[in-house]
Design a protein. Sequence first.
Length: 71
Amino acid sequence: MVGPSLSDEEHRIASLQFKLGFVLVVGISAGIIALQAQGSLVQIGVAAVAGIVLGWLLLAYLTHIVPSSGR
């Protein structure tokens, strides 16, 4: 039988990096949408920060409804 290819520490780090990337993609995409809508610099910044907050909330919800084992 083949065991896991990552140690527990490597799995934790990879999971954290994936979560951080997810939140940043949501936040940056919100800023890009504001940029395409020709928003001011302040509006783009507010949209990006709001996107990061919403991405974090979405991640918190998803990690709540999905078991930690992923099954």
